[in-house]
Design a protein around this ligand. Structure first.
Ligand code: FCB
Length: 457
């Protein structure tokens, strides 16, 4: 029974952030190293050679950030917990100062009338666990469940809507097969092993969190539609759908990896990896599904040799494809098509029957500062179009409860460093001063039409 998800007649709204992307303070208060500290320090790992050491300094400026969330008028703040702040060695010793930080953050959100929703894993695995093999090892999944309980013990009286993972697809395949995200390993099938252990970690944590009384436990997935560009690419599109979407939804909804998936990822049929009971544990373990949506994919069999997309390089067993990317595109090169969001919401609700949250949606824009102002009309158009798509999905029967914008602040955008900005608030690269962009003001007046000029229509 879900009790704390937004459930009103209209959509709820929020903004999202992630620990490593905004906190900085990576060696304060006993925080251990994460795989992103190690990876980002490697020459060439990030586009601008920079890392999350300082980021947005949110570790010290979180009250200012939460003032911005309150003034925006949204009801929800989606943030993530840094595992190495809480358990610097990944397991064992608990660092109270790390928990104290999230304790203060949660109270500060509640004081401002904002509901905090916590994601336990947004990619910052403790380096100590990676040194023992990382996500391709089963022990990492077991460690995750212990970590989840430590966090819940401290925050569970005030945080009621929890997510286990953010985009486990990226953690598995970009991290262990394509090597473009931490820990930067290019080990082919290790991505499949990591994916299974991420599923298992979710299942193990869900069982224990539910037992501890959590009623609103979700998982956040970057599900994507694959629209074959030509009929010949239909089979390849189905493989990609299996590897990105069904690998998570199958265990959740049916307790199984389907045959199409097993054909391209034979590792997942290995009984020493996928042990008896693993998938049964995942089945029915989520009370809601979070969907992060940015773009659709249009696979084509033409020119597979020119495909440099990490998605393609991540799968050793799959048909080589490249992607056609139509205009308009955002600054990160991703095609804009809100119809993809509508499709993913309708399809995921059909498949799982669960309440859905749009846990991330937003756009990278060039964001020039002119006379102290960022007039990001292209981001406003993006948000407006995707909000309309979310409403269409609701009209078509998808039980979508909230729309959460990625992201509050310009921040460390993983392998892109600080070169791509998704924030509705500009962060000065030198002194980290926050300045709301036009999109922030637009959203604020959309949410409180009587006090602004924009309209909900
Ligand atoms: C998603 C991530 C988020 C951010 C956006 C742009 O894949 O969850 O941290 O990087 O993309």
């Amino acid at each position: 029974m879900t009790q704390h998800l937004p459930a009103g007649p209209s959509l709820a709204y929020g903004v999202a952030t992630a620990a490593y992307q905004i906190e900085g303070a990576t060696s304060e208060d006993g925080r251990g190293a994460s795989i992103w500290d190690t990876f980002a320090a490697r020459p060439g790992a990030t586009r601008d050679g920079r890392d999350g050491t300082v980021a947005c300094e949110s570790y010290h400026r979180f009250t200012e950030d939460l003032d911005l969330v309150r003034d925006l008028g949204v009801g929800w703040y989606r943030f993530s917990i840094a595992w190495p702040r809480v358990l610097p060695e990944g397991t064992g010793r608990i660092e109270q100062r790390g928990l104290d930080y999230y304790d203060r953050l949660v109270d500060a959100a509640l004081d401002r009338g904002v509901n905090p929703t916590a994601t336990l894993y947004h990619w910052d695995l403790p380096q100590a666990l990676e040194n023992r093999g990382g996500w391709p090892e089963r022990a990492t999944a077991e460690a995750f469940a212990d970590y989840a309980m430590v966090v819940h013990d401290r925050l569970g009286d005030r945080v009621h809507v929890w997510a286990t993972h953010n985009e486990p697809w990226c953690a598995a395949y970009l991290g262990y097969s394509a090597g473009v995200h931490a820990p930067g390993r290019t080990e082919g099938g290790a991505g499949h092993r990591a994916a299974h252990h991420l599923n298992l970690a979710h299942g193990l944590a869900a069982a224990r969190l539910h037992e501890a009384g959590v009623t609103d436990l979700g998982i956040v997935l970057n599900l994507a539609p694959y629209w074959p560009e030509t009929p010949e690419a239909a089979e390849a599109a189905d493989e990609l759908d299996a590897l990105r979407n069904r690998i998570w939804l199958g265990p959740l909804a049916e307790g199984a990896y389907d045959d199409g998936l097993l054909r391209v990822a034979p590792e997942l049929a290995d009984p020493t990896l996928v042990r008896d009971g693993d998938l049964a544990l995942v089945r029915g373990s989520a009370d809601w599904v979070g969907i992060n949506y940015y773009t659709p994919f249009r696979p084509t069999l033409a020119d597979p040799a020119v495909a440099r997309h990490p998605e393609v390089e991540a799968y050793p067993g799959a048909t080589p494809v490249s992607f056609v990317v139509r205009e308009p595109r955002t600054d990160i090169g991703w095609e804009v098509d809100p119809a993809g969001l509508e499709e993913v919401l309708v399809e995921t609700h059909r498949r799982t029957g669960l309440p859905l949250l749009v846990t991330e949606n937003g756009a990278a824009c060039p964001d020039p500062v002119v006379d102290g102002v960022v007039d990001d009309q292209d981001r406003i158009d993006y948000l407006r179009g995707h909000l309309a798509a979310t409403e269409r999905a609701r009209e078509a029967g998808a039980d979508v409860r909230a729309y959460i914008v990625w992201t509050l602040l310009d921040n460390f955008e993983w392998a892109e460093g600080y070169t791509k900005t998704f924030g509705i608030v500009h962060v000065d690269p030198d002194d980290r001063t926050r300045t709301p962009k036009a999109s922030y003001h637009w959203l604020a007046s959309f949410l409180a039409p009587e006090s602004g000029t924009a309209s909900r229509g």
